[in-house]
Structure formats: structure tokens, C-alpha cells
Design a protein around this ligand. Structure first.
Ligand code: ASP
Ligand code: MG
Length: 430
């Protein structure tokens, strides 16, 4: 049997009991004959606590030191996990990201992995030890400083190591049983998806479904590494994230004729805000100036809608969504443009939410948007913005109507199950 990489999220190792439970699971995998590499996140809310601590001593913690601080969270869990495994009579060795050969660029707080050289991990495996690696961290190739990959980055560590070690599978353990057709916390009839393509998972994750770190899915897709998303609190088979061909091949004829196959899931996101630039003169270069200014301020734009200009005034409105945390930066950058662009005023709304339906089948099925929008109208939900991709339709709605919208879409595409399937064991979902 080959190499298995297992990643355990913070909720799986929240306390000593959790660490012992996970240690037992790891030992079981080893006893089945696998070579086991484990990537572990910080215990429970450690990362949040450390960020809070940093903010207490400094209003703007220097990025280098913040990274050094945050990586301590994962170092605690890797060491205690190795101890717990040794206590069960098996050899285990912990490694920091840097020791494990996770080489990144120098962007503190959002470093990208550029190479993985897992020599020490291979040596440990060769000596029949279990290797435990601190997630979410690496070392910069240029500055040699310690970096972090961004919140939730341990998923990406796990997939990158799995690829570098040519593992058979990357198992990602959290406190839910897999990927569901909607977030079980707001859709109790959510059903577990047995197999889902990389592309659909990327869309779901990008649209706010808190399933996997976006970059980990991109990485897995690029190198065709199967991910098995499952719970560390149960033995149930979870969700396999695989190539689109492998999803289709595994579907039975019955599945293929089922409507549920058209839509794979409903994602929602409450972390966005909407800005409207009202009364923009309808002439070339205005949108370019607005979005150039936002780009220079490092604001990430999601949906953009420009209205048809009113013939009488020659003015148009441009609305876009962005992460709420970047709202202030965006408003400041736009305010500086008012004289140049000559717009009327800015509107800021952070009580919006986004609801998306995702499914590879929709590109060949007519009427999907109509059915989605009808379900929203029947539920009394007003649509503020719409955007689409090949395999997704998203709407922006009032934040107070997000749950209604998710429930309506979930029902309209017959995604639900009568038996309650979803159990959230730990409480945080990660
Ligand atoms: N501990 C880090 C975080 O909470 C990384 C991770 O959990 O993947 O963001
Ligand atoms: Mg975490």
C-alpha cells in the first residue's frame, strides 16, 4: 500500500481528548499498512486567539512577526499529536513547514507554495515513522523568513505534500461528514455529495461554501490529486473530489436521468458588501478609471453590474461586490476619484449576501436560471444582482433573506433528502 496524507482541522484536535482520538485514527491507518503523513491545523480557535493577542499589543502587527506568531499554533498541535501517537507505541516525528520542505514566496499572510522538497518526510517514512507536519506555513525562498499561506491554508499544505510525495489520496478531516448540497447549518435537508468535480468544488468554495481552501482545490486539480473530505468523528465514507470524467463514470444510469445531477449544490456567502457608484458619465474610460483605482488599492472585486444609462441624463450606475473587510479601503480609493470621474455619489451596503447554484450539468440544461429565479420569487426574495459562469448562477440578495433563498433553491432543484444526513460534530465546521 502507498502513501496517505491526512489533514486534521482545528476542530478535530480542539483539546487533549481530540488529539488522542485523532492519534488513534492515525495509528489505525498505519496498521492497515499505509505510510502515513499527517498535516495538522492549530488546536480549536488558537489562530484567532493569537491574532487577537497580536492586536492587543499592536494596532498593525508587522506581517513578518504575525506570521512567526501564527505558525506557533500549528507547532503546538504537531508536537502534542506526535506525543499522543508515541504514547500508543508508534514512532512519530513532527516537522515545521520549513523542515518539511514547504518553500513559498515572500508574501506574508498569503504566501504561495512554489516548491515542496520533502526529503526529511521521506526519510521518516523510510524509517517506518509517522510524519506529522505543521499546516499553513512554509519558508520564503528569497528572504528565508517563515510565512503563512492564509487562513485555512493547512488544506493546501496537505495537497501540496500529497502531490510531492506521490500519495494515493489526500484525506481532509473536519467535523462534518463531507461536502453537502448546502450548508447543513441553514439547510437541514442537505444531502452528502458522494463525488464532485474539482471545477464544481472550486465554484462552491469561491462562492462562500466553507468546504476547502480554494488554493488546495486548484492545486489538486492541476496535479490530479484525489481529495477525500470526511469527518474525524465518524467512520463514514465522505465526499470524493475528483476529475469531472471520474464523477460521470461513477454515476449510474439512474443518477444520470435524475434532475438532481444538474445542480450539485447551493453555496452562500455572508462576507460580502456592495458598492454602487451612482451617476457615472457614460463615456469611454470611466469604468477603467474606477476599477484601476480599486486594483491599485488591492481590493478584490467579485460581481460587477453596469446599468444601461438613462438616455435623458447620459449617466449610469456601476455596482460591484467585494469582501466586507475591504469596504473602507475601496470607499476611500473611490472618494479620491470623484472630481476626475465626475460621478454623483457612492452607496455602501454591507447587509447583502450571495447565493449560488453550482452544477456541471447546467451548461447543457435550459431553464436553470428561470427555475432558480422563480423559486426565489415564490419565497419572496428580491434579487439585487446576478452573475453567471458556465457552471454557476449567483444572486446577491439582502442578508436577511439568505437562508430563505438557500432553502428555496435547494427545494427547487430537489436536492434535499427526507432523512437528516448532516451531522456537525464539532461545531465550527472546520
Ligand atoms: N490554523 C490556520 C487557520 O485557522 C490554518 C488552518 O486551519 O488551516 O486559519
Ligand atoms: Mg483553523
Amino acid at each position: 500500500m502507498g502513501i496517505v496524507v491526512q489533514k486534521y482541522g482545528g476542530s478535530s484536535v480542539a483539546d487533549a481528548a481530540g488529539v488522542k482520538r485523532v492519534a488513534q485514527r492515525i495509528v489505525n491507518a498505519k496498521k492497515q499498512g499505509h505510510k502515513v503523513v499527517v498535516v495538522v491545523s492549530a488546536m480549536g480557535d488558537t489562530t484567532d486567539d493569537l491574532i487577537e493577542l497580536a492586536n492587543e499589543v499592536s494596532p498593525l502587527p508587522p506581517a513578518r512577526e504575525l506570521d512567526m506568531l501564527l505558525t506557533a499554533g500549528e507547532r503546538i498541535s504537531m508536537a502534542v499529536l506526535a506525543m499522543a501517537i508515541q504514547n500508543l507505541g508508534h514512532e512519530a516525528r513532527s516537522f515545521t513547514g520549513s523542515q518539511a520542505g514547504v518553500i513559498t514566496d515572500a508574501e506574508h499572510g498569503r504566501a504561495k507554495i512554489i516548491d515542496v522538497t520533502p526529503g526529511r518526510i521521506e526519510t521518516a517514512l523510510g524509517e517506518d515513522a509517522i510524519a506529522i507536519v505543521a499546516g499553513f506555513q512554509g519558508v520564503s525562498q528569497t528572504t528565508k523568513d517563515i510565512t503563512t499561506l492564509g487562513r485555512g491554508g493547512s488544506d493546501t499544505t496537505a495537497v501540496a505534500l500529497a502531490v510531492a510525495l506521490r500519495a494515493d489520496v489526500c484525506e481532509i478531516y473536519s467535523d462534518v461528514d463531507g461536502i453537502f448540497t448546502a450548508d447543513p447549518r441553514i439547510e437541514p435537508r442537505a444531502r452528502k455529495v458522494p463525488r464532485i468535480s474539482y471545477e464544481e468544488t472550486l465554484e462552491m468554495a469561491a462562492q462562500g461554501a466553507k468546504i476547502l481552501h480554494l488554493r488546495c482545490v486548484e492545486y489538486a486539480r492541476r496535479y490530479d490529486m484525489p481529495i477525500h473530505v470526511r469527518s474525524s468523528f465518524s467512520e463514514k465514507e465522505g465526499t470524493w473530489v475528483v476529475r469531472a470524467e471520474d464523477v460521470t463514470a461513477s454515476n449510474t444510469n439512474e443518477d444520470r436521468t435524475m434532475e438532481a445531477a444538474i445542480i450539485t449544490g447551493v453555496a452562500h456567502d455572508r462576507s460580502q458588501a456592495k458598492i454602487t457608484v451612482v451617476g457615472v458619465p457614460d463615456k469611454p474610460g470611466e469604468a477603467a478609471a474606477i476599477f484601476r483605482a480599486l486594483a491599485e488599492a488591492q481590493v478584490n472585486i467579485d460581481m460587477i453590474v453596469q446599468n444601461v444609462s438613462a438616455a435623458a441624463t447620459g449617466l449610469t450606475d456601476i455596482s460591484f461586490t467585494l469582501p466586507r473587510g475591504e469596504g473602507q479601503t475601496a470607499m476611500t480609493a473611490l472618494a479620491r476619484l470623484q472630481a476626475d470621474v465626475g460621478y454623483d455619489r457612492l452607496q455602501y451596503d454591507d447587509s447583502v449576501g450571495k447565493v449560488s447554484i453550482v452544477g456541471a450539468g447546467m451548461s447543457s440544461a435550459p431553464g436553470i436560471s428561470a427555475r432558480f429565479f422563480e423559486s426565489l420569487s415564490d419565497a419572496g426574495v428580491n434579487i439585487e444582482m446576478i452573475s453567471t459562469s458556465e457552471i454557476r448562477v449567483s444572486v446577491v440578495v439582502s442578508e436577511t433573506q439568505v437562508q430563505d433563498a438557500v432553502n428555496a433553491a435547494h427545494a427547487a432543484f430537489a436536492l434535499g433528502t427526507d432523512e437528516i444526513e448532516a451531522v456537525v460534530y464539532g461545531g465550527t465546521g472546520r
